[in-house]
Design a protein around this ligand. Structure first.
Ligand SMILES: Cc1cc2nc3c(=O)[nH]c(=O)nc-3n(C[C@H](O)[C@H](O)[C@H](O)COP(=O)(O)OP(=O)(O)OC[C@H]3O[C@@H](n4cnc5c(N)ncnc54)[C@H](O)[C@@H]3O)c2cc1C
Length: 372
């Protein structure tokens, strides 16, 4: 029977970054099993923004800044191209003191955020309608990446370090016995793993079930609408984070994310109907036309439905858990995992190999639900 030192299940941003760093660190035979193709899950639908949040813990805020630094030096650090649109992120605030407080918290952790007046914001993004706001927060040195290209670059790098990337290879059963994963079934045969990384995003709870493991993950509905900019539109639009995230995209497009969880709409990650409901499209259209009035002359180009892998507290399930000594969880990112996976891949590869991490990731440990 085939053996492998580490089997990574799932070829999204989590699985590809971890596979890259495991292979680079010399973790032995590393096999990534992806049921379809690399990036065929929710990662390629991602806005892939890199906001440098000032919330939660300092460690977590610093990880967002680290992701931005990796994007900025991607060809040197990882190799390949991540398609970084570094046009900034512009957030609106009710009052200047609130924007200044948020900027100070972000700067403390290495971000280049700054509070600006509405006049300055208007200079930065002349097309934006800032009504209702009192000030703005500008993350000038960041933006968003091309999620698909980023994953393909990690995979190319992983292959160059010797990892085996197996597409169209679903793991159909996880056999657990005596407190460890003994065997994985795939259509190509069984694999006896040294360690297993479960990185199946909104499919993770289904894949884990065969090992007798109940993961608290519930996919929630997200709509993504695409709009073409009119010909005379501003050249370098930042991400404009207002009621919704308005994200610049290739070929003079915007994608607008609609991810309201109230009311929470639960969906299957493999929907038969991948179109979002009309109310989501109406809302994205109303917001983009009001906030960027020139977009009244833009073109709606379609929308699709995808999902987040939500946990009860909207924080990920990371690390080793009780009763499964060789199973590492990295899932349940609840809509925020792209940048953090890029930043964490190297740390997590070390954690997988050595059994412990140097980072204080307490709010994110899977053991908070599943025991240590
Ligand atoms: C619309 C949208 C916008 C977002 N915007 C941002 C953002 O701006 N910034 C940010 O940081 N995050 C963002 N996120 C969140 C981020 O994209 C996700 O947290 C992240 O991409 C999840 O990656 P993943 O690898 O866990 O999951 P996925 O990309 O879903 O990968 C899971 C993979 O597992 C595979 N799989 C499933 N079952 C099996 C099996 N049995 N065997 C083998 N393979 C299997 C699937 O085919 C899939 O490829 C957004 C998410 C969405 C949906």
């Amino acid at each position: 029977m085939e053996t492998a030192d580490v089997v990574v299940i799932g070829g999204g941003i989590v699985g590809t970054t971890i596979t890259y760093h495991l292979a680079k660190a010399g973790a032995g035979k590393v096999v990534l099993c992806e049921r379809k193709t690399i990036g065929s899950g929710t990662s390629s639908m991602s806005g892939a923004m890199c906001g440098q949040q000032a919330e939660m813990t300092d460690t977590i805020a610093k990880l967002a800044v680290r992701a931005r630094d990796i994007y900025d030096n991607f060809s040197d650090v990882i190799g390949g191209d991540c398609g970084f649109f570094k046009y900034g992120i512009l957030n609106l605030f009710n009052a200047m003191d609130l924007a200044e407080q948020a900027a100070a918290r972000a700067r403390k952790n290495g971000s280049a955020a700054r509070a600006i007046t509405l006049d300055e914001a208007k200079d930065y993004y002349p097309e934006a309608n800032l009504e209702g706001a009192g000030a703005a927060l500008l993350y000038g040195e960041t933006g968003n990446v091309d999620a698909y290209r980023t994953m393909q670059s990690f995979v190319a790098g992983a292959r160059s370090y010797g990892a085996e990337i197996r597409e169209f290879t679903p793991v159909t059963h996880i056999h657990a016995k005596n407190g460890r994963i003994e065997r994985l079934e795939t259509p190509g045969g069984s694999i006896v793993p040294g360690k297993v990384v479960l990185a199946c995003g909104p499919w993770s709870h289904k894949v884990a079930r065969s090992a007798g493991l109940r993961l608290p993950i519930q996919p929630s509905q997200v709509g993504v609408s695409f709009y073409r900019q009119p010909p005379d539109f501003y050249d370098r639009p930042p991400v404009f984070s207002v009621e919704l995230a308005i994200i610049p995209w290739h070929n003079k497009h915007f994608r607008v994310l609609c991810d309201r969880r109230d009311p929470l709409v639960k969906i299957e990650p493999d929907p038969t109907n991948a179109v979002p409901p009309q109310w989501m499209v109406d809302w994205t259209t109303e917001v983009i036309e009001r906030r960027l009035p020139k977009m009244k002359r833009g073109r709606f180009q379609g929308a699709y439905q995808t999902c987040y892998d939500d946990t009860p507290d909207l924080k990920p399930l990371l690390g080793y858990i009780a009763g499964y000594e060789n199973l590492f969880l990295d899932c349940g990112w609840s809509g925020r995992g792209f940048k953090f996976s890029v930043a964490l891949g190297e740390y997590n590869a070390k954690w997988i190999m050595e059994g412990k991490t140097e980072l204080d990731l307490a709010p994110w440990l899977a053991s908070r639900f599943l025991g240590a």
